[in-house]
Design a protein around this ligand. Structure first.
Ligand code: ASP
Length: 324
């Protein structure tokens, strides 16, 4: 081969590689507002869908402008934490002694970095604290007095725990299984193919002081790995922990070649057989969404650069494809 032909070959090789590295991938975000029991009265569900739509739109706008899936997930969850409508942040349920203890975690699938907080009593956006743990400390999970130290070290305002005791009018502190507010979570993939997942919750109503659920446990409530998927779970956390639910979805894809939706449904069924119900949202490495739940409903919204978007509380709403 002469020198000119060799140069052309190198140029072609570089172009192919360049386009591989910089080819932009489909981006997408899915959010959930907690598996549970929901009214079938559509006017009651309107508010939930409205906030869910704001969250998914916020995350999507970040992805659309070239932002990271981590930013999209955090921003979407912040909206849900601030809304009072969900069992996370300002709308968190109370424990048996009548105060709030919140859990959250976030993970990115490129380098498998993760951050989490458990038992947060005085900061309204635990998902942002989880991200701070991931990015600004050498650790993964903070709990108890460590949370106060974090807030002090990073000069974040502590808010009075009482201000988190929000209760809509007429709603008593009750063990009612009809508790409508749910845990929140988001999973996104950005145009660079990076997947992130996050989950934020007030836990279960009337829980014992110090009880920690699956939401801040990496591999249980949240997991992300670029080569497989991102996952956020909701449901009775004790069971999701014992099943390593979020990691199991990823592992079934990696080691048993399950499709994303088959893996999601399989894990929920395993948990159901143990006696608990819940829900899972996920996105795979190609931007395809999957979700399932074994409760009566689960608010869930999705938007992707492929032009697909929807918001539902019940599975049968998807057939109507209500939000194009
Ligand atoms: N998984 C949460 C927990 O156990 C609760 C929920 O998702 O409803 O803390």
């Amino acid at each position: 081969m002469n020198a000119k032909a060799f140069k052309i070959l190198i140029l072609v090789f570089c172009c192919i590689n360049f386009s591989n590295v910089y080819a932009l991938k489909p981006y997408a975000i899915i959010v959930h507002g907690g598996a549970g029991t929901y009214s079938t009265d559509s006017s009651e569900n309107h508010q939930i869908k409205h906030v869910l739509l704001s969250a998914v739109e916020k995350g999507y706008s970040i992805l659309e402008s070239g932002g990271s899936s981590l930013d999209a997930v955090e921003s979407a969850i912040n909206i849900l934490e601030n809304s009072f409508l969900f069992n996370a942040g300002r709308g968190s349920v109370l424990n048996e002694e009548g105060f709030v203890e919140m859990d959250a975690s976030i993970m990115e699938g490129k380098n498998l970095q993760a951050g989490a907080v458990a038992g947060v009593r005085n900061y309204p956006n635990p998902i942002s604290l989880a991200r701070l743990v991931m990015e600004k400390t050498p650790h993964v999970l903070f709990a108890g007095e460590g949370i106060n130290r974090l807030l002090e070290k990073f000069k974040l305002p502590k808010i009075p725990p009482d201000s988190l005791k929000y209760r809509p009018k007429n709603e008593e502190h009750t063990k009612s299984p009809k508790e409508k507010r749910g845990t929140v979570g988001a999973v996104a993939i950005d145009m660079y193919g990076n997947i992130s997942a996050g989950t934020s919750t007030g836990g279960v109503s009337n829980k014992m002081v110090g009880r920690v659920g699956d939401s801040p446990i990496i591999g249980a409530g949240t997991y992300a790995k670029n080569s497989t998927c991102g996952v956020s779970c909701t449901g009775l956390g004790e069971f999701f922990i014992r099943q390593s639910a979020a990691f199991q979805v990823s592992a079934l894809m990696e080691f048993a070649q399950y499709s994303l939706s088959k893996a999601v449904t399989y894990v929920l069924n395993e948990i159901y057989k143990m006696g608990a119900s819940g829900g899972i949202i996920a996105i795979d490495k190609d931007g395809n969404p999957a979700f399932d739940y074994t409760t009566q409903g689960m608010p869930c919204a999705f938007k992707s650069s492929n032009g697909v978007s929807w918001i539902i509380i019940f599975k049968n709403e998807l057939e109507k494809n209500n939000h194009k």
